[in-house]
Structures are given as structure tokens and as C-alpha cells.
Design a protein around this ligand. Sequence first.
Ligand SMILES: C[S@@+](CC[C@H](N)C(=O)[O-])C[C@H]1O[C@@H](n2cnc3c(N)ncnc32)[C@H](O)[C@@H]1O
Length: 264
Amino acid sequence: MEKHSYDLDVQERLNVELLRLRLQAKILFPLEEDFFLEDLNENARVLDLGCGNGAYLREVKNKFPSSCLRGFDRNQTLLDAAKNHFGIDCVNVDLLNSNLLEVGIRSFNPSVIFIRFVLQHLENQQINKVLTTVRAAKALTCIVYLIDTDDRRIKISPSSSIIAYALAAKNKQQACLGGDRAIGGRLQAVAENAGFDVFNNKPITISAVNIGRANWLEVFSPIMAGGILYDDAERQKLLNNEIESLRTNNEAVLEWGINLVRCR
Ligand SMILES: C[S@@+](CC[C@H](N)C(=O)[O-])C[C@H]1O[C@@H](n2cnc3c(N)ncnc32)[C@H](O)[C@@H]1O
């Protein structure tokens, strides 16, 4: 089977990832809220492309219970987790298995489209194909949000060679499979390249100061490990020790940069 940069083939990693996505959505929703408040409301029709376990859709539904939601993802295990959460009786929520490279959005007529932490997993050509298709199919008034990581804006101090190793290895692994963990810095360019008008491009810094040290590390440690160190018990142990020392170091600086692009 073709290998993608977001394959979760081990149950333990899947469980960690489910928790991470949940926590990440909870943390980011309030940080992003100001940005999309004028587009989201009880009448919104929200399409989440690459919705994963539906963590972000849950936040939207909590805030706007009457909004109408649709999520697409190609990972059935993550979709099942989303379906379990919403339950079969949940009105106005559809969760569908589809590859974004073939997705049909016109029939849903969305007012807002989210593409969150997905483009980092695609090759440039695939990004352009997804965005051009979305742009051609969406209604004129529909707003599109692209949100993704820029790992060049990660700051960890005191510095640690094992953490630097883990981050570099993760970036390399994702790049080998066609992804780019610095895509946040290119979001405006990829959107414009696909013909979108970009209204805002907002860098957001997620830090131990604005979300708390324990949360930062819980969101971040699976990104650092990400399948590379799990297979090397010795390095994994060193990494765990470093994370523990950051958790207890009140002087430590921990930051991660993402970008939020709003376009039409
Ligand atoms: C890091 S997760 C982000 C999930 C969600 N958007 C969020 O913010 O919590 C990336 C998601 O993109 C999905 N994905 C990646 N490439 C895809 C593709 N070509 N078609 C459909 N889903 C894709 C993965 O299955 C995964 O659920």
C-alpha cells in the first residue's frame, strides 16, 4: 500500500495521536476565535477537509450547536473516532471517507471551509490540485481557512541535542513522504498560486505562556517523537528525560508557530 506522511499503523501511536488532536483543537480554538468569528455562527455550513477524529468540528459544534457540519478524511479509524463522539443521532453532522484529491464539495454548499494541519502532508502538486478543486467548486461567498505548522518557529530553550535530533528526524521523515513541516510560512503563496484572494495571514505562537507548560508538552511531544524514536528505545528514553526536565523547568522557553490564512 502507498505510504503517506500521516500513517498511524500502531495502536499505541494512534491512541496518543487521538489525544493530541483533541487537546490541540481545544487549545487552538480559543486562540483562533477572534480571527473567524465573523464567518462562524449558528447558520454556518462548515466543511472540514481532512477532519481527522473531528476534534475541531466538536469545538465548532459546542460553540454553535445549530451549525451544519461535514468532515472528509481518508483515515477510517480517525473517522470512526469522530463518529463515536458525535453519535449516530447527532443532527447536521456528516463524516465521510474520501481522499481530498477526489473530494466533491459542491452538493454541501459550505459557507466556511477549514483545511487544518493537512497540507503539511501533501506534495506541492497535490496541494495545488486540492486547492484548485476547492476554489473551483465552492460558492463565491464561501470563506476558506488554511491552518498549518511552521516548525521553523519552534523555540525550545534550554536547547537540547536529543530534541533537536528528534525534530530534524521528524521533518526529514515527513519530507521523504512528500510533506513539509514549514508549510505554514508558504500558506499565503500556495493559496494565491491556486487563485485565492488572501485577506489575512496571521502567525500564531503557541507557547508555554499562553497555553501552559504541561499542555504545550503534551501537544508537542508526539510531534517530536512521531514514530522515529519509538523504534529506538535508548533515544526515546533520553527524549522522555529531556521532556520531563522541561516540564519542571520554570525558566524554559517553549514555543511553536502556526499560520492561519483566511481567503476566498
Ligand atoms: C494532523 S491530522 C489533522 C486533523 C484535523 N484537521 C485537525 O486539525 O485536528 C491530518 C489529517 O489529514 C488527513 N489527510 C491527509 N491527507 C489526506 C488526503 N489526501 N485525503 C484525505 N485526508 C487526508 C489525515 O488522514 C489526518 O486525519
